[in-house]
Design a protein around this ligand. Structure first.
Ligand SMILES: NC(=O)c1ccc[n+]([C@@H]2O[C@H](COP(=O)([O-])OP(=O)(O)OC[C@H]3O[C@@H](n4cnc5c(N)ncnc54)[C@H](OP(=O)(O)O)[C@@H]3O)[C@@H](O)[C@H]2O)c1
Length: 313
């Protein structure tokens, strides 16, 4: 029977530290604000928005919601991003994806100032990750508490995408060795699959990336020491597709008609064969949100450090 990778526990630890930082900033009269832009009716996005609002409340970060209907124009969204860029109250902006189909999300995400791009999806942040210029954030012993206390993480000029960074943090928190292991990532999106594969590579895993056009997916997943699935296809991965003792990270989220949430992995069968497995919900999701809050407070510390020398950025 697999050990459960408890994302709620890790998220709780990260949020505790974030709350302490928010309190410190507040003692200097600085409030930390997170912008959340959502357009359309995607159920998973609304689920994520609600969970993020709840988490903001837990750590005393002020959320600023920008909600648009499915019919929103790209111009409306761009103008909103521009005004958020100039809004001193908002330290970071998350654009919830997917946007309505007519709107190219890259145009919107690239409008976010890099220092407020706390989900690291703009071209500059994505390029820095690909060029190994921001991956130092995931190097070292995995002792993120020490890194954080030394302020090393709050002074970086770009942010790592929250979901893949959360996966790395969860793997390390559970003591799972990455270096030298074969990691198979299913999904190659800019938000999850691609940055996760770069981060695993930076951690010296051997990485295989699979996607919709991959022929015989099971032949790849069966070789994996670590399987990370990010497709949103319910039941894509079952026990027959993983090797005995593998680590299975389920990033996928599908909201069913009754409002319940399932992942990509057939948990019932996979947990009997895996050595570690993430539940859905309660695995990667809470850590993703905790990373978002951590990046937001880092952004606040970075921008305020010039104005308040006692706050080290
Ligand atoms: N847990 C969290 O915190 C969290 C955070 C973000 C996203 N998510 C969830 O993670 C999932 C992926 O998100 P995303 O933004 O990456 O979605 P996305 O942009 O729709 O990408 C999905 C990826 O899955 C691949 N794919 C689809 N069907 C496949 C199949 N049958 N076999 C192999 N690969 C297949 C696609 O391949 P192609 O590129 O070839 O089309 C694509 O790369 C979604 O369910 C999303 O809700 C969870």
């Amino acid at each position: 029977m697999a050990q459960i990778m408890d994302g709620r526990k890790l998220a709780g630890e990260i949020k505790k530290r974030v709350k302490e930082d928010v309190k410190l900033l507040s003692s200097y009269g600085i409030d930390v604000g997170l912008g959340l832009l959502i357009a359309g009716n995607d159920p998973a996005s609304h689920e994520y928005l609600n969970a993020t609002l709840h988490a903001c409340d837990q750590v005393d970060i002020t959320p600023f919601q920008f909600k648009f209907p499915e019919t929103a124009s790209v111009n409306e969204l761009l103008n909103t991003v521009k005004s958020i860029n100039n809004d001193e109250r908002i330290n970071g902006l998350l654009v919830l994806l997917p946007l309505p189909r007519r709107i190219n999300p890259r145009i919107v995400v690239n409008e976010i100032l890099p220092e407020k791009d706390i989900d690291g999806l703009g071209s500059l942040s994505a390029g820095k990750l690909a060029a190994d210029e921001s991956t130092f954030q995931i190097f070292g012993s995995g002792d993120y508490d020490a890194l954080y206390k030394q302020q090393a993480m709050s002074s970086v000029s770009s942010f790592l995408p929250c979901t893949p960074f959360g996966v790395i943090r969860l793997l390390e928190h559970c003591g799972i060795k990455i270096k030298g292991k074969h990691a198979v990532v299913i999904g190659k999106s800019l938000a999850v699959g691609k940055p996760l594969s770069f981060m695993l590579l930076a951690k010296e895993a051997t990485v295989t990336v699979c996607h919709k056009a991959t022929e015989d997916l099971a032949s790849f997943t069966r070789q994996a020491d670590i399987v990370c699935s990010a497709t949103g296809i319910r039941g894509l991965i079952n026990a027959d597709m993983i090797k005995e003792g593998a680590t299975v990270v389920d990033i996928g989220i599908k909201v069913l008609e009754d409002g319940s949430i399932v992942g990509d992995v057939d948990y019932e069968s996979a947990e009997k064969k895996a050595s570690f497995i993430t539940p859905v919900p309660g695995g990667v999701g809470p850590v993703t949100i905790a990373m978002l809050l951590e990046n937001t407070v880092r952004s606040a510390k970075g921008s305020q450090s010039l104005k308040h020398p006692l706050i080290r950025g």
